[in-house]
Design a protein around this ligand. Structure first.
Ligand SMILES: *[C@@H]1O[C@H](CO)[C@@H](O)[C@H](O)[C@H]1NC(C)=O
Ligand SMILES: *[C@@H]1O[C@H](CO)[C@@H](O)[C@H](O)[C@H]1NC(C)=O
Ligand SMILES: *[C@@H]1O[C@H](CO)[C@@H](O)[C@H](O)[C@H]1NC(C)=O
Ligand SMILES: *[C@@H]1O[C@H](CO)[C@@H](O)[C@H](O)[C@H]1NC(C)=O
Ligand SMILES: *[C@@H]1O[C@H](CO)[C@@H](O)[C@H](O)[C@H]1NC(C)=O
Ligand SMILES: *[C@@H]1O[C@H](CO)[C@@H](O)[C@H](O)[C@H]1NC(C)=O
Length: 362
């Protein structure tokens, strides 16, 4: 029974070029692809053209580690990975699809979690269950294999310049940010320009009230586009800005972080293959590799939370995170009317996001 199902699916995939929807949703399921990465790599090398990946981020350099690691591991499958803000990548994907029936990328790994459920409903995703499928937490994957969480991303911990602030000087609560001592010291991402930051502020306002937000807005905050950019400002050290909470810890050695005992935003960054792909094996290789032990072990060693349960991160399990449920952001994102309601609440107080798209600002 299993073998029969597998061969039907296999044929469906080989037809994917001429019949892009034959293999997609709704109504299609698939078995776990138990091939090794090297076996999939062999199949991928028979495909032509470059694997086009859309990768959510706000600085082009955020794609570099993945590109470098891919080129070292799979040199014969050419990767074209484009980093841009997720809300513009999904826009481009949808526009290209409307114009041509092609999604413009073989796969996408982006922040806008709600797109994946919509694309699934629209029959635009290729079901795929990589070998590590059964290790992915059930709450972080689509049961039919349309998409799954690859990375656990987060915002909300304090990121500060450790040359210019000692840990003991940091606020102990978000409530402290309205203290005059922090006037002119903060650099924050516009909550009306990024839904993850929008969600973070909604959680903080639920806890501390509108007065907190309104007073914060009087603190001469440097509002900025992008979530990578605040750490750049804080790290440079040639401004009065020493602290952010809308970014995460990256390379520079003079940055440090502190987690406050309040809600943060955590979410599974999802990946999925478009059923319009002309390189299904290369796309499967990419997703299989990202969720493989050899890749996820690197994240575990860096202390990142994981979407797989068979490896131990030095931070422990994401399910033990005391302040934030990892699936809450996805619930927020599905309700677009509510997201828009919050966006205009922020804009009412701090105005529209100023400046060029963050991807162009560095
Ligand atoms: C891989 O999956 C196929 C189809 O489900 C099955 O026939 C085969 O026995 C599996 N091989 C291994 C090594 O698990
Ligand atoms: C990579 O993909 C992007 C997005 O489709 C495209 O604009 C760009 O021309 C491609 N780059 C190369 C070198 O093919
Ligand atoms: C956090 O930082 C890492 C680099 O350490 C980066 O790859 C990742 O995209 C960042 N973003 C989030 C939201 O965690
Ligand atoms: C941090 O604390 C040390 C030891 O008390 C002190 O020498 C240093 O000046 C402090 N740094 C800042 C930026 O206040
Ligand atoms: C800080 O230094 C960077 C270069 O390292 C420069 O681009 C930026 O304009 C400087 N900012 C200020 C406020 O001087
Ligand atoms: C993870 O940690 C648990 C509890 O300490 C241990 O039982 C398990 O063997 C560890 N797993 C791995 C893959 O290291």
């Amino acid at each position: 029974m299993r073998a029969v199902a597998y061969s039907v699916i296999f044929q469906g995939l080989s037809l994917a070029v001429s019949l892009p929807l034959a293999d997609s949703f709704p109504g299609h399921d698939c078995v776990v692809d138990n091939r090794t990465l090297d076996e999939i790599y062999a199949a991928a090398q028979k495909e032509s053209g470059e694997l086009t990946v859309f990768w959510g981020g706000d600085e082009i350099s955020q794609g570099d580690p993945t590109i470098t690691a891919w080129n070292a591991r799979f040199p014969n499958v050419k990767l074209n990975l484009t980093v841009d803000v997720s809300k513009y990548l999904d826009s481009r994907i949808d526009r290209q699809f409307q114009k041509t029936g092609d999604d413009g990328a073989d796969l996408a790994v982006i922040q806008t979690t709600h797109d994946y459920s919509r694309w699934k409903r629209e029959g635009r995703l290729l079901p795929y269950k990589p070998a590590n499928w059964n290790n992915i937490y059930p709450a972080l994957k689509d049961p039919n294999g349309a998409f799954f969480g690859i990375f656990v991303y987060q915002f909300g911990s304090l990121i500060y310049n450790s040359d210019r602030l000692n840990e003991s000087q940091l606020p102990n609560s978000y409530a402290d940010f309205v203290d005059p001592a922090w006037k002119g010291k903060l650099v924050l991402t516009y909550p009306n320009d990024d839904d993850a930051i929008g969600y973070l502020f909604s959680v903080l306002i639920d806890k501390y009230g509108w007065e907190w937000f309104e007073t914060l807005s009087q603190q001469d905050v440097q509002w900025i586009r992008g979530t990578g950019q605040p750490t750049d400002v804080v790290a440079k050290g040639n401004t009065t800005r020493v602290l952010s909470f809308t970014s995460n810890l990256t390379g520079p050695k003079n940055l440090a972080s502190k987690i406050l005992d309040v809600p943060r935003v955590l979410w599974p960054q999802r990946g999925a293959i478009f059923s319009s792909t002309k390189r299904p094996e290369s796309a499967k290789l990419f997703l299989s590799w990202l969720i493989s032990d050899e890749f996820q072990q690197g994240l575990a060693s860096e202390g990142r939370y994981l979407s797989v349960k068979n490896l131990n991160s030095t931070s422990g399990s994401v399910w033990n995170e005391p302040n934030t449920g990892i699936t809450q952001f996805g619930t927020f994102m599905e309700d677009r009317a509510n997201v828009e309601w919050w966006r205009f609440q922020y804009e009412t107080t701090i105005g529209t996001a100023q400046g060029v798209s963050p991807i162009l600002s560095v």
